[in-house]
Design a protein around this ligand. Sequence first.
Ligand code: HEM
Length: 250
Amino acid sequence: MAQLRRGALVIEQPSDSRNLRAILREATAHTHDQLDEAMRAATGWTTTAHYAAFLSLQHAARRPVEDWLDAHAPEGLCPPPQSPLIATDLAALRVELPAKASNFELNIAGPHAKASILGVAWVLAGSSLGNRAILHELRRNGHEDWPSAFLGDDAMLAFWNAMRPGIEAPTSAEAANAATEAAQATFAHFIAVAKPPSGTNPDQDSDVPTCDPETPPILDDAATDDTLIPSEDSESRQAGATPKTTKEPV
Ligand code: HEM
C-alpha cells in the first residue's frame, strides 16, 4: 500500500493490481518491437555472417549494461554476465570482438533505486526468452552446429526463473514507474547500438564484469524496498506461457 500526502492528509493508495512483470511488458511492448526490428534489419540469422553480426551487436550493447549492473546491483539482482559467452561464440566463428558501445548510464537516486535496478535486470534476464526462441529457430533451420553458448545460456534462464516471484507480484505505482523508466532506458540503449551513427571506436577491453554467475538471486534483498515484496495472492505464471508478443520471433 503506497501513501500519497495531500497537505495534512495521508491517502492510502492501493498497489497496482497487475503484477510488475505485466506492467513492464505492457509499457515496453512497443520499444521491444522497435528493438526487434532494428536487430533484424542490422543482423539476422540466415548465414553465419549474419549470426556473427547479431552476436557482435549483442556484445557491444550488453557489455556496458553488465558493467553498470556490476557496479550498482545488489547481490541477487545482478544477472550472470553473458558477454563472455558471446565472445566464446564469436571466437568459434573466428570473428573478433566488436567495438564496445558507449557506457550505459542511469540515475537511480531516490527511494526506488532497487526497483530501477530490477527494471534493468528484467530486460537482460527477460531477453533469455527471446534467445531461446531464436535458438529453436536456428535448430529448425538446420543450424544446430552454430555456436550457441549465448543463446542457450542455462545460467541466465536459471536467474530468470529465480527472479520471477519478485516481479510477478503487485507493486506500488511508484516502484512500477521507476522499474519501467529503467527498463525503457535499457531498451533505448540497445536500440541506439543496433542503429549506430556511422563510425565506431574499437575497444577490445577484456575485463569481464565480476558479477558472480553462481550467486542465486536473493529476492529478499530486492524486497527490502517493500514495494517489491511478493504478495501471497500474486499471479504466478507458468514459464514460457506468457509471451511478450505473439508474433513469430524470427
Ligand atoms: C531480434 C531480437 C529479439 C527477438 C526476436 C526477441 C524475441 C522475444 C520473444 C519471442 C520473447 C518471449 C516471448 C514473446 O514475447 O513472444 C521476448 C521477450 C522479451 N525480450 Fe526479446 N527478443 C529480441 C531481442 C531482445 C533484446 C536484445 C532484449 C533486451 C535487451 C530483449 C528483451 C526481452 C524482454 C525483457 C522480454 C520479456 C520478458 C517477460 O516476459 O517478462 N529482447 N523477446
